[in-house]
Design a protein around this ligand. Structure first.
Ligand SMILES: O=C(O)CC1=CCC(=O)O1
Length: 97
């Protein structure tokens, strides 16, 4: 199942700089592990914002929720999830299983 996910990050200005750096580093490692596992095939920076558009490829809503709620930056994010379906005009058809 494919999901489009928008993440808007808002880290409080008064967060300890060491905690901030550690959290951002853990976020990067967590994200890259999921990218290598094929669960997070795309991540794009939204120009001019501390936000990204991502595509997740997971088995269920519950799996997506588990992955998103495990993000180290989750406490500092607003997340909008859009489930994706195959478009009937897509010349490539549905993604391979
Ligand atoms: O910087 C962001 O958009 C938040 C984020 C998600 C994965 C990551 O490495 O950073």
């Amino acid at each position: 199942m494919l999901f489009h996910v928008r993440m808007d990050v808002s880290i409080p200005d008064d967060l300890d700089p060491d905690v901030r750096a550690d959290t951002v580093a853990r976020e990067k490692a967590y994200s890259q592990d999921l990218q290598r596992a094929g669960k997070w095939p795309h991540i794009w920076r939204i120009v001019g914002e501390y936000s990204n558009y991502s595509i997740f490829d997971v088995e269920s809503n519950d799996e997506l929720h588990t992955l998103l709620s495990g993000l180290p930056l989750f406490p500092y994010m607003r997340i909008k999830v859009t489930p994706l379906a195959t478009h009937p005009s897509d010349i490539n058809g549905p993604p391979a299983p």
